[in-house]
Design a protein around this ligand. Structure first.
Ligand code: NAD
Ligand code: MG
Length: 400
């Protein structure tokens, strides 16, 4: 009703690709949503511009010096936004009693603590930050349950699955035979695999259908993004790995599919634009305008499908392997991949080295004492995997 107060949104990672798309969606619905908090890391000028435009109650950046400088600029501009510093500030904002919805749009395992804080505080948690769920696994799912939070996927494939499933999660297991995640195949889908060692970061980031941050763009090129999404789906929908399949669909029109017990296939279609899943997550169970271009079936070309080639995309298959291995293996895989992608983007690792680093870490780094059941244990495991990956990046660099 018109008298209901606006939903207060905390956007973690507001300066990124998902963060800015979230603000684009909010701009379409000024009577429904209000920007409560914005956070960024390095792009402080962009964050300042967002503060000027949105006048949030809070803003935060991890670095203390950057926060001081930003705070001074905000004050000089006569804006009342309070600027906080430090990683803990993200957790405080994510769990702030006045927040209704948290958009988790930080990239990487760095987003895990703030996601857990939002989950424990019972927030409506809009999850773009897939790495947090891949790292947190069962612990993340338990935090959502215990906190009474509502976890809504923003990743387009998982949003599609969520949109095709019954509203009541209790009915999911009886309804679903398996799910099929679609993958575009990225920029190297048809490139000669023998030449993949030489590709540059800019070539890897030139995604054919989606405009995204650099880390997820590289993950799309290796298909490690789909590997992370298989693991994400395992936790979001409580499915064993053998009931999660992947098919390459280069047009990215079908965003994913549910194959029901009776053989019926339910699919969600749309233009490749993250404003769709973002608007759905923010308005669920209702729907609202997303600002996406509608699909035009009269202009659409063929929708095609291919198997994901294990020679070209060896990383994809690490997801099922990690899910079947001991708990904590997916934490190791994600950590190694973050280090490998960072090294590739910095010119310290060849593109085909990413898989070698990831596979090696998965084989060598095991949870100390088999324990991956606390946040502390997971963070320690993540750190050990990063060390092992860095060492392997170093060895590969020497061989060049
Ligand atoms: P991006 O690189 O464009 O933005 C990342 C945001 O996180 C920025 O605001 C940055 O300042 C912040 N950030 C990075 N490291 C941080 C740290 N250590 N501490 C605090 N803040 C930090 O990334 P993106 O493409 O928007 O992706 C964000 C997340 O959403 C990723 O997990 C990605 O996998 C997922 N996702 C993105 C898309 C997409 O289309 N971009 C689609 C599906 C899922
Ligand atoms: Mg996705």
């Amino acid at each position: 009703t018109s008298s209901a107060r606006r939903q207060r949104v905390c956007i973690l990672g507001s300066t990124g690709s998902i963060g800015t798309s979230t603000l684009d969606v909010i701009a379409l619905h000024p009577d429904t949503f209000e920007v409560f908090a914005l956070t960024g890391q390095r792009r402080v000028d962009e964050l300042f511009a967002q503060i000027v435009r949105w006048r949030p109650r809070f803003a935060a950046v991890p670095d203390a010096a950057a926060a001081n400088e930003l705070g001074a600029r905000v004050k000089a501009a006569g804006i009342a936004t309070e600027v906080l510093a430090g990683a803990k500030a993200l957790e405080e904002l994510a769990s702030h009693p006045d927040v209704d919805q948290v958009m988790a749009a930080i990239v990487g395992a760095a987003g895990l603590p703030s996601c857990l804080a939002a989950a424990r505080a019972g927030k409506r948690l809009l999850l773009a930050n897939k790495e947090a769920l891949v790292v947190g696994g069962q612990l993340f799912v338990d935090a959502v349950k215990q906190g009474g939070a509502t976890l809504i996927p923003i990743d387009s494939e998982h949003s599609a699955i969520f949109q095709c499933l019954p509203t009541d999660p209790a009915a999911w297991n009886d309804t679903v035979d398996h799910i099929i995640l679609t993958a575009s195949g990225g920029p190297f889908r048809t490139r000669d695999p023998a030449t993949l060692g030489d590709v540059t970061p800019d070539q890897a980031c030139a995604h054919p259908n989606w405009v995204m941050g650099r880390k997820i763009s590289v993950d799309s090129a290796t298909m490690m993004n789909k590997a992370l999404e298989v693991i994400e789906a395992r936790w979001l929908f409580d499915l064993p790995p053998e009931r999660i399949q992947v098919v390459i669909h280069p047009q990215s029109i079908i965003h994913s599919m549910v194959v029901a017990r009776d053989g019926a296939v339910l699919a969600q279609l749309g233009t490749p634009d993250m404003k769709g899943p973002i608007a759905f997550g923010m308005s669920w169970p209702a729907r609202m305008d997303s600002g996406c271009e509608p699909l035009d079936f009269m202009k659409m070309k063929a929708l095609t499908f291919e198997e994901a080639d294990a020679v070209r995309f060896p990383g994809l298959h690490l997801s099922w392997a990690a899910l079947r291995a001991e708990p904590g293996s997916t934490t190791v895989l994600n950590a190694a991949n973050e280090i490998a992608v960072e090294a590739f983007l910095a010119g310290r690792l060849r593109f085909d080295g990413i898989h070698r680093v990831n596979a090696q870490a998965l084989e060598q780094v095991l949870p100390a004492g088999g324990d991956a059941s606390s946040v502390e244990a997971l963070i320690a495991l993540d750190a050990r995997a990063r060390d092992a990956a860095r060492a392997h990046v170093g060895r590969l660099a020497e061989q060049r």
